[in-house]
Write a protein that binds this ligand. Structure first.
Ligand SMILES: NC(=O)C1=CN([C@@H]2O[C@H](COP(=O)(O)OP(=O)(O)OC[C@H]3O[C@@H](n4cnc5c(N)ncnc54)[C@H](O)[C@@H]3O)[C@@H](O)[C@H]2O)C=CC1
Ligand SMILES: O=C(O)C(=O)Cc1ccc(O)cc1
Length: 370
């Protein structure tokens, strides 16, 4: 059956979902909405969308499914606007916003109109934004939250089935939670870390101001811990302001934790300091162990690469030529004058074996992951 999908906000997430729907359901019509005409042109030229509009009101009435994928403040504004529009009977509206309580509070407006609203949030993405960074496999094996608050009746179950079928090609693991639970979870594992990463970068910048030393000295730890400080400032302002109280509480708790470490250092309490690191190490190690024992989502290969311009590109070129689908690429260690290590992730063992063979043939040294 032909369906019309409207994606409002054609950036990293909207673009990646459009690509995945395109692959899975080539017969569906995908309409993109974005205030940035470059995104629309880019998407049309690459046939990611069939048609593009600058305003949601110009196409929302044609949609069987509307996916809101703009920044959170825009999602909220557009939800208000949608309640004033003439929409198809049975339309499903969903969103991908990073916070859920405010959005789900507004979703009650739709219930009175007999419209299904399904709150959603894919737990994958990147510090890179805009449609140019989008890719069909961005969400491969990631968790995708669906918000249980408005999904209690039978018609909603049918709507959820329809949404999950639409997004089948994302290859995500669905996770049902309440909006409250959701905002608590993501405050801890996503929002607070973003605040801290940017704080570390700002503090280091202040420290080095007026000195000849610079952030170039930063080793791998600082770099990997602060990668997300490169995320989009506007998007993150929206996120923090839509999860205010939870984040205020989290910051207080983190403050207490820092005070605890400070006290341990002040009193040279070796045991307390060691326990601080030991407890974290056990937990952090177990995240990797859980991921590999429950479901090996990724098959990893590690490649030593020489420190020279273009060596990462050479690896990806070899894989592209061999038509091997790379799920993820991560630079683990790359410092000036020292060889680097690339972590390459594949979705299955065969791809991994083919990649190892192709890279070896080109003289690269590879190590298989556990
Ligand atoms: N970046 C990430 O890793 C993740 C982001 N999210 C959420 O997904 C949503 C989109 O994020 P990204 O795709 O990363 O951002 P993005 O910046 O790549 O894309 C947002 C798009 O929305 C467009 N836009 C802004 N105002 C608009 C308006 N009034 N009407 C129509 N389009 C408008 C922008 O021009 C841009 O193309 C946000 O709500 C974010 O919180 C969710 C999961 C991961
Ligand atoms: O870049 C990263 O690692 C992220 O943390 C991506 C991300 C950003 C926002 C979300 O709501 C979910 C995931």
């Amino acid at each position: 059956m032909m369906k019309t999908i409207v994606i409002d906000g054609l950036g990293l997430i909207g673009g990646s979902i459009a690509l995945a729907i395109r692959q899975q359901w080539p017969q569906y019509k995908i309409i993109g909405v974005d205030i940035n005409h470059h995104s629309l042109t880019y998407a049309k030229e690459r046939e990611i969308i069939d048609d593009g509009f600058a305003q949601l009101q110009n196409c929302a009435g044609k949609a069987d499914i509307i996916l809101l994928a703009a920044p959170v403040s825009v999602i909220l504004k557009h939800m208000d606007q949608l309640t004033q529009m003439q929409l198809k009977p049975g339309v499903i509206i969903t969103d991908v916003g990073s916070t859920k309580k405010q959005i789900m509070a507004k979703a009650s407006l739709f219930i009175d109109q007999g419209i299904h609203f399904i709150g959603g949030h894919p737990m994958a993405g990147s510090h890179k934004t805009t449609i140019t960074a989008s890719r069909a496999n961005l969400f491969q094996s990631a968790y995708y939250f669906l918000i249980s608050d408005t999904l209690n009746d039978r018609p909603s179950k049918k709507a959820v089935d329809e949404l999950q079928a639409l997004l089948f090609g994302l290859n995500v693991k669905w996770q049902l939670v309440s909006a409250r639970q959701h905002d608590q979870i993501v405050a801890q594992i996503s929002h607070l870390p973003h605040i801290l990463a940017s704080g570390l970068v700002n503090m280091a910048q202040d420290e080095f101001r007026g000195s000849t030393l610079s952030l170039k000295l930063a080793a791998g730890g600082f770099r990997s811990l602060t990668r997300i400080a490169s995320s989009d400032p506007d998007m993150w302002t929206d996120i923090l302001l839509s999860n205010r109280q939870t984040l205020i509480d989290k910051i207080d708790t983190f403050n207490e934790l820092l005070q605890h470490v400070k006290a341990a250092i002040l009193s040279s309490d070796r045991t307390a300091i060691r326990n601080y690191f030991r407890r974290a190490k056990i937990t952090r190690d177990s995240i990797n162990a859980q991921a590999s024992s429950h479901s090996p989502n990724f098959y990893d290969l590690f490649v030593n690469i020489p420190d020279r311009v273009g060596s990462v590109a050479e690896v990806t070129r070899i894989l592209t030529e061999a038509e091997i689908n790379l799920i993820n690429i991560h630079i683990l260690e790359i410092r000036e004058e020292i060889n680097g290590v690339l972590q390459l992730s594949f979705s299955n063992q065969n791809d991994l074996a083919d990649a190892a063979c192709a890279l070896k043939q080109h003289g690269l040294s590879v190590i298989r992951g556990e």
